[in-house]
Ligand binder design. Structure first.
Ligand SMILES: *Cc1c(COP(=O)(O)O)cnc(C)c1O
Length: 235
């Protein structure tokens, strides 16, 4: 998104929100039903603060160590933190203490550790289960075939509340292909929701494909580049 490079954080946020609005209008949905999660990985606390100044409250992070430093330095603000990265077992306690949401749960063991740690910290974590839809991308996530068993296994954990499904499909420039993949996640959610209460959310869609995701029912879009500009991993 090169055109966003020279604009202000306020302008980038407004541009993303108008994309969300337009996609919602196109399918008769209400924009307030879609939560914009600003993915701030690699970006400094000051960049997060500038977006928060514009009213943005939901932020997503991928790396525990990087995130906890930022979360602590922004603790004077009321923000909601979403963990969206790969979960290492030895990081579960820290994730449960610092984050409000975890979108990337894919194993019973992780779910149990998050639940235990959340209970110990006196909180309840909102969880999405990550599904590997196309076997591609970063290969994370439970297979669609194993999803029902995972839901059954984690349903009894008191420290987490399973709220929905998340996916990171293989990027495709083809809109029909994007929609097909997002629709597959929606169908999995719809099927699972028949026997599991509270499974209402779909975390899907990033900077390049948020429109397709919203047309297929996304309730949480995770947007980094379009809000913050390109990431520099060399620093
Ligand atoms: C980095 C990341 C995003 C944001 O991607 P952009 O293309 O920069 O919008 C969304 N979801 C996950 C899981 C990510 O790791």
């Amino acid at each position: 998104m090169p055109e966003s490079l020279n604009t202000t954080p306020a302008a980038r946020l407004a541009a993303v929100k108008s994309r969300i609005d337009a996609a919602c209008r196109a399918c008769g949905r209400t924009a307030t039903d879609v939560t914009l999660v600003a993915v701030s990985k690699t970006h400094p606390p000051e960049a997060i603060a500038r977006l928060a100044d514009q009213g943005q409250v939901d932020f997503g992070e991928n790396y525990v160590k990087e995130a906890t430093t930022k979360i602590q330095s922004l603790s004077d603000r009321t923000l909601f933190w979403h963990f969206i990265g790969h979960i290492q077992s030895n990081k579960c306690a820290e994730i449960a203490r610092h984050f409000d949401w975890v979108h990337s749960v894919e194993r019973v063991k992780t779910a149990r550790r998050l639940s235990d740690a959340a209970l110990e910290a006196g909180r309840i974590l909102n969880v999405m289960l990550q599904v590997n839809l196309d076997g591609g991308g970063n290969k994370s996530g439970v297979s669609p075939a194993s999803l029902p068993a995972l839901i059954d296994d984690v349903a009894g954990f008191d420290g987490i509340r399973v709220r929905g499904l998340m996916a990171i499909p293989e990027p495709s420039p083809n809109e029909a292909r994007q929609r097909e993949t997002f629709a597959a996640l929606r169908r999995l959610r719809d099927d699972a929701a028949k026997s599991f209460d509270g499974l209402e959310y779909l975390s899907m869609g990033m900077s390049a494909d948020l429109e397709s995701a919203i047309l297929e029912g996304a309730t949480h879009v995770r947007i980094g580049t379009a809000l913050f500009g390109p990431r520099d991993y060399s620093r």
